[in-house]
Ligand binder design. Sequence first.
Ligand code: TRP
Length: 336
Amino acid sequence: MSQDIYLTGITTTGTPHIGNYVGAIRPGIAASKDKSKKNFYFLADYHALAKAEDPERINRSTLEIAAAWLALGLDTENAVFYRQSDIEEIPHLTWILSSVTAKGLMNRAHSYKAVVQANEESGNRDPDKGIMMALYCYPILMAADILMFKSTKVPVGRDQKQHVEMTRDIAQRFNHRYGDIFTIPEAAISDSTAVLAGLDGRKMSKSYNNIIPLFADEKSLRKLIMKIKTNSLEPGEPKDTAGSTLYDMYKAFATEEEVKNIEKRYAEGIAWGEMKQVLFEYINEHIKPARDEYQRLVDDPAIVEKKLLKGAEKAREISVPYLDEIRYAVGIRKLG
Ligand code: TRP
């Protein structure tokens, strides 16, 4: 068996938040240091475009996400870290793949169907209202990301599993027609990574407006943690850890022993205000060193830019010759 190749894309919308950190950034950074694995990490800025983001926000988000991963210690020697739009071969491959992608397959994408359903529910006569081709073809671009680097494993959340399955479909159809060109990847879904709730108790997500930015300054971090929803139990009344956002968040950062201790304090009836203070101090201490480095990088984007270009150079050592091979296979060739 040849070595597994892992590839992870991060859409450049929004500011990195604590939920991203616990769910994707922290495990991703740990994996980047594993010398036995080949890892690709990239900023999916063309995917951000499909979400109709404001240009300034796409740009800012790209900087913030890159700075966050770097500040937290992503191993860019061992792993390849790049920006999607620097790899010109990806949009080329997207077009080639769209020639073997059935429209019917795209019709079935959950991400597209969700918007159609929302249109229907709000009584729109046109079910495709507001839907751009970039959203509709989003899975083809994602397939190009994955196939371009011969990935075998794609660590994604459950919501992205279908996209990886579509990638397999597309690659298989291509191989059937043109020969054995693509590696067939599979989704690597980890159920053990935590999904954190946000301020209001729903999943922490930019679209719910309930996030805690990972690198919020100390004052804002404290203020946000104080806003986390709790029940109305009084100090001294025993409290349940199940369903407590404060507890889950603490658990996502603290050691097993510390968690046990907090469980005891819940049973003893720790006041919510005090628990919030404990949580704030814990997260603040944990994040502080990286926060300073993050700030340094965000204030000097040229450092980040340089890192990304270096990563792109490494990535293109693969994508440039591979695209030639793919083009040749489909009949896009030099004439003598
Ligand atoms: N669509 C993914 C998301 O929204 C991001 C992404 C883009 C991606 N291309 C990818 C993830 C390739 C894994 C592999 O989370």
